[in-house]
Design a protein around this ligand. Structure first.
Ligand code: ADP
Ligand code: MG
Length: 624
């Protein structure tokens, strides 16, 4: 075959341009990306060689080599891994097969630092070579292929590349970067060594460079990284910076880990786990497909097998990154086999336990760090209440909420804190759900609770109502929504310096008159035991969804069961007294609607007839 020139897929060129421009300030990461590809290629070969040992023939010492020529300004990254066929080169390097890359394009923020962290997560790693090189040559040969089936791929990163078949005796890939003017430092020994140290220290394969040689003698290869899988090393030998360095490699990012847990388990089965909690959430924690989850790498006896997060981690712990290395699983384990395997189940529940232990410890010993964790991942952890019945209690103890006892949305309390502040005779944990923190904090539903000095949890995450409905109780105390059904606080003493609550009795006939005006908009009208300062509030039945969740579901196009809410009126409020005193039926109807509209608004709802509301309000403001 002769040389063939082809155009990059349009998206490839777009990614390339973005990578080159947005990452220029962090250009050194190209080496991390290319070394990590070489390491993946070695992992793949080792995996395939389990079934076909002949693939390793003649060259069993897996390694990565860096060669440089300062004069010629070239850098070569070489591996003796799996290599690629011509079709694979075109497929992997010339097109963007994975939908992930499209998400990458959409998620770029224009902030170079942030975008630099994204690059590795999306498999646009190879193109980072063009940040520092104006020409790249890739020579490769698939393990097991004939020497005549080598491939040469070349490009200057400007729209086109060429491919041709070449003779190549060596297995694996070799990438030569022709460095741009001014990028000569990447062909210098000291710079390369320090980059290997920074980004690739914990790659499990040796990275070799030529040692300084005496005049006239051939320089020898020397290994410049640790080249031992970090998790296999004894904990006592490892420093925090070692763990952080390995985390960067695992997470493909410059971000830090918040905490980690490294354990060697021996006994029934033996395996090692190293689990990290990242300091920052990846941008696609909530989006993305749950079955595409990455993050937990499964090794068997030091051989990388696959990304196995979906088998070893429940979805609510999808923020965990790490490695599990089993001595007992068979090397040829498949996804199907993992699915219902006893050993896998055991590992999975141990991984969950270790993660929750780690979070417990963080909460107990470093509450500020735990608060950081909660801000990033709390919403995800909450999903565990619905997903992991067995650990519900443990997860509940890790929950944090804003409450009327804390200031602002960021200050949170735990459920144990809450129980420590129960008022005499208080038998329930009270909460309110709303669309926003302020909507919850200023809700009229809280007035009676304030009067009794009873703390209320302010739950403004979308999933809260759902999650709390699964939790139901904590340490024997049921969760009760302050916005649903009847509340009876009469056995709880009033807070100090607070006047006793008004009677819940409405003047005779008032409820019926208001109901007649409002019709189907409300289920019933009654006096309220919840209100102190507001005139009116809407209440749903004990087992109905709260009004704001009903709205969310309707917006999402779902049918919502449940009738109209009940309108509760505050008999002691001047507006309600005025309403009761109104003899003119037309004016009474205006007042009644206005009171209802107030209740709808303060609960975060939308008015059916906003301009009617404004007209009524102005009419009454200027009524003599
Ligand atoms: P990612 O590594 O996330 O898949 P890259 O852009 O870094 O994305 O690499 C694209 C693909 O090119 C890889 O998935 C792999 O199939 C192939 N590839 C890159 N480098 C090598 C290499 N040294 N040996 C074999 N295949 C490689
Ligand atoms: Mg890569």
């Amino acid at each position: 075959m002769s040389t063939e020139t082809r155009a990059f897929q349009a998206e490839v060129q777009q990614v390339l341009n973005l990578v080159i421009h947005s990452l220029y300030s962090n250009k050194e990461i190209f080496l991390r990306e290319l070394v990590s590809n070489a390491s993946d290629a070695l992992d793949k070969l080792r995996f395939e060689a389990i079934r076909a040992p002949e693939l390793m023939a003649g060259d069993a010492e897996l390694r990565i080599e860096l060669e440089y020529d300062e004069q010629a300004r070239t850098l070569t990254i070489r591996d003796n891994g799996i290599g690629m066929t011509l079709e694979e080169v075109v497929e992997n390097i010339g097109t963007i097969a994975r939908s992930g890359t499209r998400r990458f394009l959409e998620s770029l923020s224009g902030d170079a630092r942030k975008d630099a962290q994204l690059i590795g997560q999306f498999g646009v790693g190879f193109y980072s070579a063009f940040i520092v090189a104006d020409r790249v040559e890739l020579r490769t040969r698939r393990a097991g292929a004939e020497a005549a089936d080598g491939v040469l791929w070349t490009s200057d990163g400007k729209g086109e590349y060429s491919v041709e078949t070449i003779e190549r005796t060596a297995r694996g890939s070799e990438i030569v970067l022709y460095l741009k003017e001014g990028e000569g430092e990447f062909a210098a020994s000291w710079r390369l060594r320090s980059l290997v140290h920074k980004y690739s220290e914990h790659i499990a394969f040796p990275i070799r460079m030529r040692a300084e040689a005496e005049e006239g003698s051939e320089p020898k290869w020397e290994t410049v990284n640790q080249a031992a899988a970090l998790w296999t090393r004894p904990k006592t030998e490892l420093k925090d910076e070692d763990y952080q360095g390995f985390f960067k490699h695992l997470a493909h990012s410059d971000g830090e880990a918040l905490a980690w847990s490294h354990n060697k388990v021996e006994g029934g089965q033996s395996y090692t786990s190293l689990l990290y909690i990242p300091a920052k959430a990846p941008f696609d924690l909530f989006g993305g497909q749950r079955d595409e989850r990455q993050g937990l790498k499964l090794y068997v006896k030091r051989v990388f097998i696959m990304d196995a997060a979906e088998h070893l981690l429940p979805a609510y712990l999808r923020f965990v990154r790490g490695v599990v290395d089993s001595d007992d699983l068979p090397l040829n384990v498949s996804r199907e086999l993992l699915q219902d395997n006893k050993l896998t189940q055991q590992i999975r529940s141990a991984v969950v336990k270790r993660t929750l232990d780690l979070l417990d410890k963080l909460a107990a010993e470093q509450p500020e760090k735990f608060a950081d964790f909660w801000r990033e991942f709390g919403q995800v952890l909450k999903e565990g209440l619905t997903e992991d019945y067995g650990n519900r209690e443990r997860i509940a103890r890790l929950l944090r909420f804003a409450s009327t006892a804390s200031e602002g949305a960021a200050q949170t309390v735990s459920l144990q804190d809450y129980l420590g502040r129960l008022r005499p005779n208080q038998t329930a944990i009270y909460y309110i759900t709303a669309e926003t923190h302020l909507g919850a904090r200023h809700s009229p539903h809280l007035e009676a609770f304030r009067g009794k000095g009873v703390e209320v949890i302010l739950a403004a995450d979308r999933i809260d109502e759902w999650a709390l409905s699964y939790l139901r109780e904590f340490e024997g105390k049921p969760f009760v929504s302050v916005a649903k059904g009847d509340v009876d606080l009469s056995s709880i003493p009033d807070a100090e310096g607070v006047a006793p609550p008004p009677t819940a009795e409405l003047p005779e006939g008032l409820a019926e008159r208001v109901k007649a005006v409002l019709g189907d908009k409300v289920k019933a009208v009654r006096g309220s035991a919840r209100l102190r300062d507001s005139a009116a509030v809407l209440v749903v039945d004990q087992h109905e969804l709260s009004l704001h969740t009903q709205r969310l579901l309707k917006q999402a196009g779902q049918a919502v069961a449940g009738g109209a809410p009940t309108l509760e009126l505050n008999p002691a409020h001047p507006v309600v007294m005025r309403l009761a005193a109104e003899g003119d039926e037309a004016r009474f109807a205006e007042w009644a609607q206005l009171v209802h509209e107030q209740a709808v608004l303060s609960e975060g709802g939308q008015l059916e007839d906003p301009s009617g509301f404004v007209r009524r309000l102005n009419g009454l403001l200027f009524a003599s």
